[in-house]
Design a protein around this ligand. Sequence first.
Ligand SMILES: [Zn+2]
Ligand SMILES: [Zn+2]
Length: 546
Amino acid sequence: MIQFRDYQETAIDAARSLIGRGTKRIMINAPTGAGKTVIAAGIVQRAVSKGKTVLFLAHRRELIDQTVNKLVDAGVLNFGVVMAGNRLNNASAPVQVASIQTLIRRELPPADLVIIDEAHRSASRSYISMLANYPRAVVLGLSATPERLDGKGLDDIFSDMIVVETVPNLIERGYLIKPDCYAGPTADLTGVRIKRGDYDEQQLAEAMDKPKLVGDIVATWTRLAKGRQTVAFASSVAHADHIAAEFRAAGVSAAMVSGETKKTEREAVIADWKAGHIQVVANAMIFTEGFDYPELEACILARPTKSVSLFLQCVGRIMRPAQGKADAMVLDHAGCCQMHGPPHIDRAWALEGMAAKRKKDKDDGADLRECETCSMLYAPAPKLWLAETQPRLRDAFTGSASEILRGATKRRAMDACPGCGSADCIVCGSTFHPKTAQRDIDGIARESFTFCPQCMAHYVDETPHMITDPTETAIPECTDEDLVRIGDEAPINVVVLNEYKRLINEARKAGRKRGWAYWRLRERYDEDVLRAALPRHTGGWWKGQA
Ligand SMILES: [Zn+2]
Ligand SMILES: [Zn+2]
């Protein structure tokens, strides 16, 4: 029997309570990998136990097979399948799993509950005319990306949305893997027409299917992902063919699968792939929805798309955890991460569509930085703040430190690439691998610091770490050289911490207690600010000392 995860149980209960209150059109939004078919199976199981009839609609063979498996897992055994060539016909069963294309031509089964898989497609004509046959039924849509290709909403079909779980939470809980994303060369698409919300397929394929670009794809893979089981999404069948051929020419076992590939041949390729005899399989949008091979460790994007849904379906293939799988990698030759944001961010979906969603989205691809050393794409997370160095180090500058600093860029923080660890010094621009060391601030806290080997510019970490017994009252030794002077653009807690260090030094020289330093700061800053900036114990503790 199926073991529902806690958030799946919550989603099933939420759907039932909405239905109980008379809501008829409900969208269940769950990220790829959250198990939305499992949630649906749970809802079906409960509906059947109440004597209801259910129609489950999907548009692909793979999705129907997947649904059947999950229903069996959930203990729903009395069902029929309506799909050309499928022998699980059982017209009298209370649950019917149907291919929409087949059902259009058959007698319609009764249904109190209609479930639509991949419901972002439900705005299509075939779904709308199908739903017209079930005016009294509750309609439940399932989607990881509930919006139409053109970004329009689905609020004309659904009235309520249940957001099951976010991608960041699923990653944190180990249900998904956060992929590392790398940028690769891509084509200039300025001349490519936009058709129904996405690139014109023919023009896109012409732009992308160039020998140089195909060669770049193999080169990027060889540099970063060699040895990984890989899926490649191409812009056309011919493009997929060329990518596979280029891999084979480089001595990598690779194959191609398209919609025209015979079923037996496709199954043979997939079997060889899963057995590890084939490493790279290129395809033109075959392995998007419902394809299950969680051991995949790398995904090549060579199909630029305006559709965030399509993008997430592609990268979703590698984000599932598997035995022995440590990480996952996206090689983005399509500019998708920069256009849509990295795959792992929290996306706020809205039934009203993209315009409403954009307002809520905190994070997108616009701020992604590409590492010049390893080409990893990452969201800058400044950790090391430029600090004007002290006299003993100033000699190491050519020219004075302040002169160099005045010429520095406005951004005063430096981040290191999470992929290769390299960083660009914001004073002299040289690339180096910051190795942070720790030093005492005032005997009670310590901070991480590093310096650029080229120009000796000093950087300090934002967060201090407490080291000594907080009940210690004596003012510790603290020399001028332990202090750093920080630029005005540093965040408030860095400024406050630094000022605190200066004051505690002054207190020591004048024979005062530490409380004096705290209350001088308190004259200028609110308690909340000090609490956030100073070593954790100081807020309450200082009060007692003053
Ligand atoms: Zn890097
Ligand atoms: Zn430097």
